[in-house]
Design a protein around this ligand. Structure first.
Ligand code: HEC
Ligand code: HEC
Ligand code: HEC
Ligand code: HEC
Length: 118
């Protein structure tokens, strides 16, 4: 049986946010060009462990919340929030991509509105 690849399109919203800013995520489209491990990982003894095929995939917020990853940061990003996880993964890659590929720059994939539709 093939691995569960999850939903084709996902709307990410932080639980309990006072100012929700949902992000649209075409999951299937990303799976066509990227490895699962670009985005998915696990945790053991509080440390990140790399994705391995067949491992249980959980929602980002299962770990990226103020209980499990309290105070963890990556630069200016707060990893104990879904925003930190999302911007650390999605925005970092989109910024890298526009540096390398003018066509993607023209598509504005590094701009807020690409993910946070008006
Ligand atoms: C590549 C996709 C992407 C881009 C570009 C992006 N974001 Fe986000 N953003 C996310 C994801 C994913 C989340 C986490 C899920 C959510 O809360 O919507 C998030 C969360 C947020 C949140 C927290 C919302 C909440 O409810 O707590 C704010 C505020 C935010 N983004 C602002 C911005 C601004 C301002 C820009 C442009 C400078 C931007 N984002 C660009 C993907 C993106
Ligand atoms: C570009 C990033 C990215 C890639 C590549 C990616 N995913 Fe995902 N995937 C996500 C995000 C983000 C979610 C939503 C997690 C959430 O709701 O918190 C998700 C959700 C899922 C879910 C549903 C999890 C749940 O409990 O709701 C499954 C299953 C899944 N992905 C499997 C895969 C597999 C298998 C691959 C590789 C073939 C893959 N994904 C590739 C980012 C990615
Ligand atoms: C099973 C728990 C768990 C899940 C689920 C999880 N993470 Fe993480 N993540 C971690 C841990 C642990 C770290 C390392 C935190 C530290 O010590 O700084 C981490 C680090 C990160 C980092 C910063 C380091 C890096 O790799 O760039 C980003 C960005 C990130 N996660 C994004 C995500 C996204 C996006 C999702 C959902 C698709 C997700 N994480 C799901 C546990 C998890
Ligand atoms: C490792 C790189 C990488 C990561 C991580 C990544 N993306 Fe992307 N994303 C891309 C690339 C490359 C494109 C442009 C695809 C194209 O148009 O050819 C793209 C396109 C998009 C688009 C525009 C799709 C369209 O139909 O034009 C959205 C929206 C988007 N990404 C949201 C997200 C969100 C939200 C996340 C995090 C949950 C994310 N991406 C994570 C590389 C990435």
């Amino acid at each position: 049986m093939a691995a569960d690849t999850g939903p084709e399109t996902i709307t990410l919203t932080a639980t309990g946010s006072a100012k929700p800013k949902p992000a649209t995520f075409p999951h299937k489209k990303h799976q066509e060009t990227l490895k699962c491990a670009e985005c998915h990982h696990g945790m053991q003894d509080g440390k990140q462990v790399p994705y391995t095929e067949g491992m249980k995939i959980e929602k980002c917020e299962t770990c990226h919340n103020p209980e499990k990853l309290a105070g963890k940061t990556k630069g200016a990003l707060k990893l104990d929030t879904l925003k930190g996880a999302g911007h650390g993964n999605c925005v970092e890659c989109h910024k890298e991509m526009v540096k390398k590929d003018p066509a993607l720059k023209a598509k504005n994939i590094d701009k807020c509105a690409t993910c946070h539709k008006k």
